[in-house]
Design a protein around this ligand. Structure first.
Ligand code: 9MR
Length: 573
């Protein structure tokens, strides 16, 4: 691992928008030490001029961080530039501190502060295209197409249509994470979150905004980069659909490649495994969204996507019981992504189809099968639970029942009000509760932030927007560890992500959101750290390659960032 950050004043290491609230957090007391700090100053990063100063807030206990913190509020600073926040005591004649006891890393204020991050996040997926030659001048990534064996992957088992051992072309799609597996649930949810961000903030996502390191195929050339990238995954998802509409679960080998194996070095046989109704439903939802989003720019593709969604939904209607088709040995070289219920996903699928087609048969299906879910409290979407994506689709559908849509809208506002209260009570303004510091906690914080923006679309409220931006600030380094949890962003990003492509090609790929603080220590390296340091939940993090439960990235960890960065782009205008 790398040296842990030592600054006691934590800021968003990327920066702040001129018009947005700006806060730094200083740990005045923690498990190991205390510092005296009453005032803050914001200095130009040249070290000289004082741009802003003031009193720190009263101390707040943040038990998840094991700290007492005070906050510096410098929201009124809107002049673009590079700054640091310093804290300490006393006041000199020119308004500076008499004694400085702590200082932040430098950060920027500017309308464009997150532009590069957004470009990094989009092109990251391109770099992660499987079976694709990538020659990228930006990252230096230069890999021939790996896993060409995906063009003739073997069916592991499928009693309905194919024989064991039969071949299927499942090339394309992104590698899931630090491994080379390709899985339907996180793939469909990631695409869903990208398309949702695009639908909310179409102007934030442009054609040519990130200089993609691949030749665009015909039909992709006029698409905004984000949509070109999502389409690449959607085309892989299509290949995973069976003739009867059901969707296979994943593509992987029977053993894990070593951590430093480059894609071309891994010539293990690849298999198509499993099938699930929850994954089939997530597929149907993503395809139904694609039918709307691509209708103008890629109409043929949009029509096909709708057909795919309908067929998947027909399968679900004729197979009402949840099914997770598991064959012995299928998890030997890949993650399980297992879920044994599928109600939230069926809800999402039918709601997206209703929104896209206006056909009330989908509304009827929801009424008959899932009426209780109209009144279930919204929850931040993740691959294990996409209910709120369905609720959002329903409440924004023209064909929705007005009374139900209104009730759902107020449920989103209730969710947002509760979350804002939690955010305001915590020292770091992080949306995570004590139990949320588990595997992929950063993703959850971002996803919760996105829920606030959906609420804001229902009823604009600056507290919602501020709370959403606070989750970006967390991801970009205003954290109890002092780390940014996104590669390439800020002064202290993860430098040793658990990632085979990075490790095997010795490149750095910016824009990867890593799992982050994980109190459960689900790998040996992290467990040892927690045991040795007795770290509080929000500090259970190591920047170490071996730690796959704290420092791995995944397609669905970065996905919720697009909604947040999309909104931020509209504020920078
Ligand atoms: O992101 C997944 C997390 O929610 C689960 O708790 C964890 C254990 O099953 O798996 C994570 O997903 C991994 C997947 O199974 C395989 N590819 C890497 C993913 C990120 O660690």
């Amino acid at each position: 691992g790398s040296e842990r950050p030592t600054e006691r004043v934590r800021v968003d290491q990327v920066g702040y928008l001129p018009s947005a609230p700006k806060r730094a957090v200083v740990a005045v007391e923690s498990e190991r030490s205390a510092i005296e700090a009453e005032r803050f100053v914001v200095r130009g990063s040249d070290g000289g001029t004082v741009a802003r100063s003031g009193a720190l807030s009263d101390p707040v206990d943040d038990p998840d961080a094991g700290e007492t913190v005070r906050r510096a509020d410098f929201s009124a600073l809107s002049e673009p530039g590079e700054y640091r926040v310093a804290v300490g005591r006393g006041e000199t004649a020119d308004g500076d501190l008499r004694e400085t006891t702590g200082e932040s890393v430098p950060f920027r204020v500017g309308a464009d502060v997150y532009e590069d991050t957004l470009a990094d996040a989009v092109r990251l997926y391109t770099c992660k295209r499987s079976n694709t030659a990538i020659d990228d001048p930006v990252t230096g990534l230069d890999v021939p197409a790996g896993h060409t064996q995906d063009a003739e992957a073997r069916m592991y088992f499928d009693d309905a249509f194919r024989e064991e051992g039969e071949r299927l072309d499942v090339s394309g799609g992104w590698y899931d994470a630090g491994d080379y597996g390709k899985y339907v649930p996180p793939g469909a949810v990631t695409v869903g979150q990208m398309l949702l961000a695009y639908e909310r903030y179409p102007d934030a996502f442009e054609t040519g905004q990130c200089d993609l390191p691949v030749e665009r195929s015909a039909g992709e050339t006029d698409l905004p980069d984000l949509l070109a990238e999502a389409k690449f995954e959607l085309e892989w998802l299509e290949r995973m659909q069976r003739e009867d509409g059901a969707v296979y679960h994943k593509v992987a080998a029977r053993e894990w490649p070593a951590i430093d194996e480059a894609p071309t070095g891994d010539d293990r046989d690849r298999f198509v495994y499993g099938l699930s109704t929850f994954g089939t439903a997530q597929y149907a939802a993503a395809m139904a969204m694609a039918a709307r989003v691509y209708a103008d720019d890629a109409p043929e593709f949009a029509d096909r996507a709708l057909e795919n969604a309908r067929e998947a939904h027909d399968y679900l209607e004729s197979n009402p019981e949840p099914e997770f088709r598991f064959d012995a040995g299928q998890d030997d070289g890949s993650g399980p992504y297992r879920k044994d219920t599928d109600r939230e996903e069926r809800f999402w699928a039918a709601a997206e189809l209703l929104k896209t087609t206006g056909n009330t048969r989908y509304a009827d299906y929801l009424e008959v099968r899932f009426v209780d879910l109209f009144d279930a409290a919204p929850r931040a979407p993740v691959w294990t639970d996409t209910l709120s994506l369905g609720q959002w689709a329903y409440l924004t559908a023209d064909a929705a029942d007005d009374a139900r849509a209104d009730r759902l809208a107020s449920a989103f506002l209730d969710y947002a009000d509760d979350l804002v209260a939690d955010i305001e009570a915590g020292g770091y303004r992080c949306a995570l509760g004590t139990d949320d510091y588990h595997w992929a906690s950063t993703k959850l914080a971002l996803s919760k932030g996105g829920m606030l923006l959906l609420a804001n679309a229902i009823e604009p409220d600056e507290r919602y927007v501020a709370g959403a931006l606070d989750q970006l600030h967390y991801a970009f380094g205003r954290t109890p560890t002092g780390y940014s949890y996104v590669t390439g962003q800020g002064t202290h990003p993860p430098r040793n992500p658990h990632d085979r492509l990075v490790e095997g090609t010795e490149t750095d790929i910016p824009g990867m959101v890593v799992s982050g603080a994980n109190r459960n220590g689900d790998d040996e390296r992290l467990a040892e750290f927690i045991e040795r340091t007795d770290a509080p939940p929000a500090k259970c993090y190591v920047d170490a390659t071996e730690s796959y439960s704290a420092n791995e990235w995944a397609i669905d960890y970065t996905a919720p960032i697009f909604l947040l960065l999309g909104h931020a782009a509209t504020m920078g205008d």
